[in-house]
Design a protein around this ligand. Structure first.
Ligand code: NAI
Length: 802
């Protein structure tokens, strides 16, 4: 074809990126890679290897060591041996290493980009312009945190040895998200790359050598799920950071429940892309291209559900189809390709199967006329319309270039549809009205909301999910906290084991609360209390009560034996009281101050009763400090602000501290009043609703508390109190899908049970790890640590500036 003819047809010519250097690098390693352990290459103990394949043509690139439990053990030992030396370095020294790594990533950026594209199938345009620059940015940003660490986090220590497991969709970027904060905070690392994409992690191992990083600080063990499992289960690991599927995240939660391993999970998503009728539709379409066709849609936060306001749906779909027809799909090393290859045959099959199921559910499938390359794993950009909100393609993560479109009429309907998912990773809102966009953003259950933009990431901004999209944040100050612990807490002594009640029998659904055997009044018994549900005193479903005795064995009174049904009622009441989160912070502070005032008025009688169980001295201290603690959280209510991050784009990211929702709190046994208020108050201060299970030693405190809150204008249902056997009520709370977080402050067995039983819907779990907390020391028992667990951060990205 002559140049003149080309001008007429405007056909793209081939523009392949040169793969010579990357191939030479693989060749230098003899097409076979070992593990990187203790600063050098180690052959796998079992001598096994697996192939990594170029998905653009199905050809083998190299073989890579398959990590066994023995390899993981060697790596954990190397990381353990390096730990004390690495953490003893000055922050400046660690900053220098991270800075050196950032510089080397830039120096080798072309090799990294080409190799990433060959191993993963993503377009070179993306690996070159997005993945690798962001990798360097993460190491620069965290070099800064390493430098500032002691000034900004003076009382924190690193977790220790950290196991990190990453997926294949952004191989080197996920490595950077994990390794940079871990090293900056003084941890040593064992990283397991995904089996489909191990190669750039191995270049990174060489970068660590080139930077002179001390041996054992970073170890890379390649392998599949079994290798990951061995890492998760290794007793020498202090923390697991995982990115991948929700299913594996759940398995990891369960596998680590009986240990003290810290855990952060970044899991799947089904993120809504909401378009209002006043949106700039042309920009929206470009946003959508980035939202769902970036990286072939293999993005955890992909805008995979298009929610359109009905009035513009037709026009938008027409524009989307026009734009889809111009997307170029083909060899990912071609610089003018928009959509590359799917990472592996098994993922391609998965996409096909889900789309077929969506069509069988009634969706209409539209794909542009494209010719797919003859070899390799490709899937065309796909639009599914007329999707029913309950269809599998509206609910399940497809992880491919497939958009499921639905319509809505009003903003309220948009929010309802958007939140109609078990996930909560990200969302996009497109509207020219700042009021509409921010009003909707505030109501979305998602860790990241992009307003009039999409898929923006930066090292300075936290990223992570709500609900079954996981917990913990990566990036910025929020992310650092995942890799450190308060020094005092790490060294706190263990609590003695509690006597645990037998598991609860399933309650009789027909039972009513009228057949109680709680006596209205019996001589010699001081007090009989009830449950506190929805702002009212309630009799327990079981009709039974438990005796409460003083330290000297004297009968003090009876407390209701709450069961699963009472917990269900309490959760329902708590959900109904969700408006508490919408009360202004000033308003919540006023209610808290008022309850402190009321406690102060009743302090003598409450202390007198409490004294029978904990002694006069402790009782007086509990009451005095409780008044102070409530004041503290009333003070915090309007001061636990978020932040405004400054990513290097024309955006700001507003990091909001949002209430988690409904929190179930198992209160400490040893300080019945002060322990309960130390946990309940921070949760309430930021707008959560709470179901508290008071100390089994003195559940009668409930009677004092409901009198207190009834007279303090706390809306009914914001705080509910259910007494009974801790282990039974913990189970009921942890297994309830409408409880968003479990806090469990008891012995070690309860901490493990809380984690194991919360795996079902991956609710956030916070425990004392069975350790003693000095509730009487305000430096340890109140403040930011409690507020951080009471909130989750939502980053709202808003275009800003010129
Ligand atoms: P996966 O969750 O199985 O793999 C992610 C990582 O976890 C890999 O390194 C893998 O080797 C490791 N792994 C697997 N089983 C493990 C175990 N029991 N213990 C410890 N580590 C384990 O994801 P997979 O199979 O590659 O993809 C399946 C689906 O998961 C995708 O179609 C997508 O829907 C979702 N996914 C979501 C990702 C996200 O970023 N949210 C990333 C990758 C997959």
């Amino acid at each position: 074809m002559s140049i003149a003819e080309k001008f007429v047809s405007m056909e793209y010519g081939p523009a392949p990126e040169d793969s010579k250097e990357a191939v030479a690098w693989i060749e230098r390693h003899g097409y076979r890679f070992q593990h990187f352990i203790g600063g050098g290459w180690q052959t796998p103990a079992a001598g096994e290897y697996f192939d990594t394949v170029d998905p653009s043509n199905g050809e083998r690139l190299a073989s890579v060591a398959q990590g066994s439990a023995a390899d993981i053990d060697a790596a954990v030992k190397a990381a353990g041996a390096a730990s004390s030396g690495w953490r003893a370095l000055t922050p400046h020294s660690r900053a220098r290493y991270l800075y050196a790594i950032a510089r080397l990533v830039q120096k080798h950026s072309r090799l990294l980009a080409v190799l990433e594209t060959m191993d993963n199938g993503k377009p070179i345009r993306e690996s070159r312009d997005i993945d690798i620059p962001l990798v360097a940015r993460h190491f620069y940003h965290h070099a800064g945190w390493a430098q500032l660490l002691e000034q900004e986090f003076p009382d924190y220590v690193p977790c220790g040895v950290v196991g990190q497991i990453i997926p294949w969709n952004f191989p080197l970027l996920m490595l950077a998200w994990k390794i940079a904060p871990a090293l900056a905070t003084g941890n040593t690392v064992i990283l397991k790359p995904a089996e489909f994409t191990p190669l750039t992690a191995l270049v990174f191992a060489e970068i660590c050598q080139e930077a002179g990083l001390p041996a054992g600080v970073v170890n890379i063990v390649t392998g599949d799920g079994a290798t990951g499992e061995a890492l998760v289960k290794h007793p020498g690991v202090d923390k697991i950071a995982f990115t991948g599927s929700t299913e594996v995240g759940r398995a990891i939660r369960a596998a680590t429940a009986a240990t003290h391993k810290r855990l952060s999970l970044e899991l799947g998503g089904k993120s809504p892309f909401i378009v209002f009728e006043d949106a700039d539709l042309d920009s929206t379409v470009e946003g959508l291209v980035d939202g769902i066709w970036f990286n072939q849609g293999q993005v955890c936060c992909a805008g995979s559900r298009l929610l359109m306001q009905e009035s513009i749906a037709e026009a938008l779909i027409a524009k989307v189809q026009d734009r889809m027809s111009t997307l170029r799909i083909g060899a990912p090393l071609d610089k003018a390709i928009d959509i590359g290859a799917i990472v592996a045959k098994v993922q391609l099959d998965r996409i096909r199967k889900l789309v077929d199921q969506g069509v069988a559910d009634g969706a209409t499938c539209w794909q542009p006329q494209v010719t797919l390359p003859a070899r390799g794993f490709y899937y065309p950009p796909t639009l599914l319309s007329n999707v029913h909100p309950t269809s599998i393609v509206a609910q399940q993560e497809i992880f491919g270039p497939v958009l499921a479109a639905m319509t809505f009429r009003t903003p309220a309907e948009a929010v309802e549809l958007a939140n109609n998912t078990v996930y909560g990773l990200a969302a996009c809102v497109w509207s020219e009205s700042v009021n509409v966009a921010l009003h909707v953003a505030a109501q979305l259950k998602a860790g990241v909301v992009w307003v009039n933009c999409t898929n923006l990431f930066d090292a300075s901004c936290g990223f992570g999910g709500y609900r079954e999209s996981g917990y913990g944040r990566e990036g910025g100050r929020e992310g650092l906290l995942e890799y450190m612990e308060a020094a005092w807490f790490k060294n706190a002594p263990a609590l003695p084991a509690e006597k645990h009640a037998p598991p609860e029998a399933e309650p009789d659904e027909e039972s009513t609360d009228s057949d109680l055997n709680i006596p209205a009044s019996i001589p010699d018994i001081d007090r009989t209390v009830k449950l506190y549900i929805g702002g009212k005193q309630a009799r327990p479903d079981s009709g039974y009560s438990i005796e409460v005795r003083a330290a000297d064995g004297r009968l003090l009174g009876e407390a209701p034996l709450g069961n699963r049904k009472d917990i269900r009622n309490a959760v329902e009441a708590a959900r109904k009281a969700a408006a508490w989160a919408k009360a202004t912070a000033h308003n919540r502070a006023q209610v808290l101050y008022y309850s402190a005032e009321n406690l102060s008025q009743r302090s003598d009688e409450i202390a007198h009763r409490l004294a029978a169980v904990v002694g006069e001295k402790q009782a007086a201290a509990e009451v005095d400090l409780s008044i102070e603690r409530i004041f503290s959280y009333a003070a915090w209510a309007d001061k636990f602000d978020g932040a405004v991050h400054n990513p290097p784009f024309r955006n700001i990211a507003i990091a909001m501290n949002e209430a988690i929702g409904t929190v179930g709190v198992i209160c400490p046994r040893e300080a019945p009043l002060l322990g309960l208020l130390s946990l309940v108050m921070p949760a309430l201060a930021v707008g959560n609703t709470v179901i508290a299970v008071p100390s089994e030693a003195y559940p009668l405190i409930t009677g004092d508390l409901y009198q207190l809150f009834d007279t303090s204008d706390l809306p009914g249902g914001a705080l509910n109190i259910v007494t009974g056997y801790t282990s039974q009520l913990l189970k009921a709370l942890a297994e309830h899908d409408d409880v968003d977080a479990i806090w469990c402050f008891g012995d070690e067995a309860n901490a493990a049970a809380a984690k194991a039983m919360s795996a079902g819907n991956l609710k956030q779990v916070w425990t004392n790890e069975g350790r003693a907390i000095d509730w009487f020391n305000p430096k340890l028992a109140e403040g930011r640590w409690f507020l951080e667990h009471s909130t989750q951060v939502k980053n709202i990205w808003v275009p800003y500036g010129e």
